[in-house]
Design a protein around this ligand. Structure first.
Ligand SMILES: NC(=O)c1ccc[n+]([C@@H]2O[C@H](COP(=O)([O-])OP(=O)(O)OC[C@H]3O[C@@H](n4cnc5c(N)ncnc54)[C@H](O)[C@@H]3O)[C@@H](O)[C@H]2O)c1
Length: 378
């Protein structure tokens, strides 16, 4: 059952305010400016000069600028919000948008903790407005081809992903406590859920910082997830890798009863084994015209607003990708395997303890359990 209203009711282009005009914000700015189904009307950044420079970079000095969403929405009509602020600002900005009656498409990670995500999901239900995460790396044609191929291999025993790059970002990632797991691995964890149509059951993870790392927090990790239906998902990754880099989507292999498939994160998958022909045919049938990366997330968001159909990335489902990250962090800190059932129970208690709004608390409390509340809107 859908919890959100369709927007805009007029059926015209969706009038969007973009919040956050930093590195990623500028990518969104160009996408929204050129998208015929949206009308970019406002741009918000804590630093007004950053917003102004970004608007001028696309020749849009007409955009309504502001240092808060409330300021911009008070001045012009807005139908929806795209939130590209830093992760710590995601929760307050998303709640502000919901308070203004606006649906939100928010960059990953949707909020810092699973407890916060449960509060946000309940707040979205109370407001009757869609909250969706943009997990841009789920929108790759070749990932969907890999997924189709994997669906032709029968039961899947294991999936492995190796992610190795060495970017020097500067900025918030260099100071984060868990830069690889929180800011990057969520893409692979989310893609694995998409690949297998399965949620996590348990995780064991070791997180560490190589001696030459330029990050304050741990920039490398090895994690083993048990997924639903028994598949094991093994993730190895480093954000301070030197030499032999993988693609930004990582290097993937899936091993099933009917054979194996690999994906280099860029091109069509390769398949081998008894079911290879069937798996290859399934991969070839995948839609080749679907928009990719953030354009794919935007198309999913707009389609959901138009049709009322729950999109991939809806907060109620995306919580499970965030839960994979946070449970992996907890496992690394405690040196223990973390089963997701008790983990989600603790997150639900934390959410009930932290939520201030009595109506949102009532909604959250009515779920009974996190799993039941999330499942009601999948
Ligand atoms: N999908 C991807 O591949 C991808 C890639 C890069 C970044 N991201 C995500 O995008 C988000 C932004 O990353 P970035 O690299 O652009 O960061 P950034 O630091 O370059 O930019 C963030 C901007 O948000 C502004 N800001 C912070 N708090 C605000 C608030 N409360 N209200 C208004 N503006 C606020 C800052 O002033 C800054 O200009 C992060 O969540 C990041 O994880 C996603």
């Amino acid at each position: 059952m859908t919890y959100f209203d369709r927007r805009p009711t007029s059926g015209g282009p969706v009038r969007v305010a973009l919040i956050g005009a930093g590195g990623m914000g500028r990518h969104w700015l160009r996408l929204l400016h050129g998208d015929p189904d949206t009308e970019l009307v406002g741009l918000v950044d804590l630093d007004r000069s950053v917003a102004q420079a970004a608007a001028e970079s696309i020749g849009r000095s007409d955009l309504r600028l502001g240092t808060s969403l409330t300021e911009v929405v008070g001045a012009i009509p807005v139908d929806a919000v795209v939130n590209v602020t830093v992760p710590e600002a995601h929760l307050p900005v998303n709640l502000e948008a919901l308070g203004l009656g606006l649906p939100v498409l928010c960059e990953k990670p949707i909020v810092p903790t699973v407890g916060d995500a449960l509060v946000l999901a309940a707040a979205a239900e109370v407001a009757g407005r869609l909250v969706m995460t943009s997990q841009s790396r789920r929108y790759f044609r070749s990932l969907n081809q890999f997924r189709a191929a994997v669906s032709g291999l029968g039961d899947i025993a294991m999936v492995t992903t190796d992610f190795q790059t060495g970017p020097h970002f500067g900025g918030f990632r260099d100071r984060m406590q868990h830069p690889l797991l929180l800011d990057m691995a969520i893409h692979a964890f989310d893609a694995c859920r998409h690949l297998l149509s399965a949620d996590p059951v348990a995780v064991y993870c070791e997180e560490f910082n190589p001696t030459w790392s330029w990050y304050d927090g741990d920039a490398a990790a090895v994690a083993v997830f048990e997924m639903e239906h028994g598949t094991r998902f093994v993730f190895t990754g480093s954000w301070c890798n030197e030499g032999l880099p993988t693609s930004w989507n990582g290097q993937w292999t899936a091993r099933g009863a009917g054979g194996s498939a690999t994906w280099d994160g860029l091109s069509a998958p390769a398949v081998d084994g008894a079911a290879a022909e069937q798996a290859s045919q399934l991969a070839m049938q995948e839609d080749s015209a679907a928009p990719e990366e953030i354009a794919g997330a935007l198309a999913g968001f707009l389609s959901a607003l138009r049709t009322g159909a729950t999109p991939y990335g809806d907060i109620h489902s995306n919580v499970w990708s965030l839960a994979m990250v946070q449970a992996a962090v907890e496992s690394a800190e405690r040196g223990a395997r973390i089963p997701m059932g008790p983990f989600m129970g603790r997150a639900y208690e934390e959410a009930l303890d932290s939520v201030r709004d009595p109506i949102v608390r009532g909604r959250l409390s009515s779920w009974g359990t996190a799993r039941a509340g999330l499942a009601a809107h999948r």
